[in-house]
Design a protein around this ligand. Structure first.
Ligand SMILES: Cc1cc2nc3c(=O)[nH]c(=O)nc-3n(C[C@H](O)[C@H](O)[C@H](O)COP(=O)(O)O)c2cc1C
Length: 326
């Protein structure tokens, strides 16, 4: 059976590596693409020069399709220019109004994936000219725009977009999730949390240990807990000492929170990370890791071992194929 996503994006497996800021290096992106899926590089956090180097590095590691993720809350005009100059084939856009980005990308022959959280948002994405729609459910890890669960969102989006490939994101971590997403009308899945336990992911060991030990009940959705650096962007993360301290204080807003101003960790470039910053605990951080946001989806209970990205893709596909034919 031809898969709408695989056909349109030139890949053999309906699995997308979710872009994950600072924990999606070229090695991981390329490994997922080499395994037949689509690796997405979260390069919106980088300046143009670093971004160009990362794109070139991915190209050294794979000749398969891959994409770059941009974040509209940070505009990323220069980053889009770099994608166009470097001949990136797929651009994924999340958060906020995609403005003229879709038009600009498409005029260069780039395929565009827009992330949405409602069926209205999906219709708008179709009107803007998206080539595929990522429907991100509330179960998802990291920044989560909507409040509808993947189970309810995916069929609603599939009905709204008239045959355009729909990609299901949020809470999908194994072949059962892939099979369910296909049954709901998606033609691919977009997986983040499970790939944090890939050998190629530079997830800080303390963050990784927490992920492997966590159950589906250990995450929480917060409107505005980690809002330094990136305000007004709700998110899901593992409960930790920072969230417990903040809950105990009655969930106070910025300016009144316990431990505000504490410097928890330092990046290799010397940038200090205060408590409540919207940072990612990647392996090179030095300092106190547990109180940092440990982004995670509710599917974390299914993440129990470290494997190569290739093994993860293969295991998910094999398990799904044992359930349904696709
Ligand atoms: C650590 C982490 C970082 C993330 N960073 C980004 C990002 O930079 N861009 C983006 O579009 N989504 C980002 N997300 C959200 C993912 O793309 C995706 O929607 C989510 O991981 C799917 O849910 P799952 O974690 O349950 O698989 C991030 C998620 C995680 C867990």
């Amino acid at each position: 059976m031809a898969n709408a996503f695989c056909t349109r994006f030139g890949v053999t497996q309906p699995i997308i590596l979710a872009p994950m800021g600072r924990v999606g290096p070229p090695e991981l992106v390329a490994a997922v693409s080499n395994a037949g899926g689509l690796g997405l590089a979260p390069l919106w956090t980088d300046g143009p020069d670093k971004m160009r180097m990362e794109i070139r590095r991915i190209k050294e590691l794979t000749d398969k399709p891959f994409g770059v993720n941009l974040n509209m809350d940070f505009r990323n005009e220069e980053q889009l220019d770099v994608c166009l100059e470097e001949g990136v084939e797929v651009v994924s856009i999340f958060w906020g109004n995609s403005g003229n980005f879709v038009e600009r990308a498409k005029s260069h022959g780039v395929k565009v994936i827009l992330t949405v959280s409602t069926s209205d948002g999906a219709r708008e994405a179709v009107d803007r000219g998206a080539d595929a729609i990522c429907a991100q459910g509330w179960e998802a890890g990291g920044h989560v725009e909507g409040r509808v669960s993947t189970m309810a969102l995916v069929p609603a989006v599939a009905d709204a977009v008239g045959g355009l490939p729909v990609i299901a994101a949020g809470g999908i971590a194994d072949g059962r999730g892939l099979a369910a997403a296909l049954a709901l009308g998606a033609s691919a899945v977009w997986i983040g949390t499970r790939f944090l336990a890939a050998k190629e992911a530079p997830t800080h060991p303390i963050y990784l240990e927490r992920l492997l030990a966590a159950s589906e009940n250990d995450t929480e959705h917060y409107d505005d807990l980690y809002d330094l650096v990136w305000p007004n962007a709700p998110h899901r993360a593992l409960k930790n000492s920072t969230s417990r301290m903040w809950e105990a204080a009655g969930r106070p807003s910025l300016g009144h929170r316990p431990g505000e101003g504490d410097i928890l960790a330092t990046r290799p470039d010397g940038v200090e990370i205060p408590r409540y910053a919207s940072a990612v605990a990647f392996s090179e951080l030095e300092g106190d890791i547990e109180p940092l946001p440990m982004w995670s989806g509710q599917g974390v209970g299914l993440v129990t071992k470290v494997q190569s990205a290739e093994e993860i893709v293969r295991e998910i596909v094999d398990q799904a194929k044992s359930i349904i034919d696709f």
